[in-house]
Ligand binder design. Structure first.
Ligand SMILES: [Zn+2]
Length: 202
């Protein structure tokens, strides 16, 4: 996707619809800086804003992502291309989140081990030992909580029986036994309990 071209197209469509940047921003409940960023090609509108934006500009999402008005001849081809590009973007985004999860996990477990090590060998005072171990454990739990939250938000879990791809509740992720990122959970569609595999896109 060509962000420059999309930005130029947003600006043209906005003027044609009779909005200033500020007026458009107000209708969408965002700042006019965000609109200006889109139009300069520095970022794309958030997925949740695409439909309302297109409504206001009298264009469709496919045209928005192509950065041009489409006719029936190139419509289908562009639609497929845009879907692919969106999917790739989602995949990249989710992979980044999962990598971040690993980093957070390693850091919190590593810090905990360091603090336990310090408690065993570096300090003599019993109160300090308890404080180090308890503090380390609290840090690790907080770290694991955030890591797990990221894992839940990035991508989907796939049911091996019915193929449903879904985002589970935080509670079910928390209590699920797991091997790596594959978790033993109940599928919300068919109700089968199985090892549900992490996938990056729907
Ligand atoms: Zn299922």
């Amino acid at each position: 996707m060509d962000q420059q071209k999309i930005g130029g197209f947003i600006a043209t469509a906005r003027r044609a619809a009779g909005f200033t940047q500020a007026a458009l921003a107000e209708r969408l409940g965002i700042t006019d800086r965000a609109v200006s960023k889109w139009e300069n090609g520095r970022c794309l509108p958030d997925a949740s804003l695409m439909l309302p934006l297109c409504d206001l500009l009298n264009i469709n999402v496919n045209e928005l992502l192509s950065g041009e008005r489409l006719n029936m001849d190139n419509y289908k081809e562009m639609a497929e291309k845009n879907l692919m590009a969106l999917k790739e973007q989602e995949e990249r985004h989710n992979r980044r989140l999962l990598n971040l999860e690993c980093v957070i996990g390693f850091i919190s477990v590593g810090t905990y081990m360091l603090m336990v090590f310090a408690a065993c060998f570096a300090v003599q005072d019993a109160a300090w030992r308890v404080a180090l171990i308890a503090g380390g454990m609290a840090l690790m739990l907080v770290g694991c909580f955030f890591a797990l939250k990221l894992e839940r938000e990035a991508g989907y879990y796939e049911c091996p029986r019915c193929g449903e791809r879904y985002v589970p509740t935080m509670a079910s992720v928390f209590i699920a036994p797991h091997i790596g990122r594959t978790r033993w959970m109940k599928c919300p569609r068919c109700g089968k309990r199985a090892f549900q595999k992490k996938v990056l896109t729907r």
